[in-house]
Write a protein that binds this ligand. Sequence first.
Ligand SMILES: [Zn+2]
Length: 196
Amino acid sequence: MANKKIAKKKKSKKSSSKGPDLLKLAKYVWPLERDILYRPDRLKYVRKLVKAEECVFCCATKNISFDSLSLYQTKHSLIVLNKYPYNSGHIMVIPRRHCGDLLKLTQEEHYDLHDTLRLAMKALNDVYQPGGINIGLNHGATAGAGIPDHIHYHVIPRWNGDLNFFPLVAETKVVVESLEQTYERLLGYFKTRTKA
Ligand SMILES: [Zn+2]
């Protein structure tokens, strides 16, 4: 009898501890808290986001020059070189207007931007003859946009076997061409486009 009582007690103790156990489980299923991995090297990007004193893309609308990395301009859009390319020929297509929301572009701006995007692809095909092209837009800071207030499509030529292990292990990418060389090659292409 005494044993039964103890067993009952144990059982009730077990059921009462179910609550805290569930909470403990929930903590891992639904992360109420997070472990923080400190990455001081990422701070510069955070600072960049907070500061944003002047928009580099708006600066690039002023003129076509290597200083601003601007290559080509239309009424509503422009093509600029990426200062930190993932691959040789990495360019970006952006609207002229300082706008971080694709849905807030006017119809005319939207058409112009996407015509320019296609022109950027043609330029890469003609100048670099890649096997494929990555086109990407990180919409908003949460989605990874470095400059979230000004939309920018990344247009990146790709070749078979060009992805080496450096980006994965060292956040470093071997780019075979200098920024100046890429700029000259693409500028030559866009100059002929402007005349036509
Ligand atoms: Zn801007």
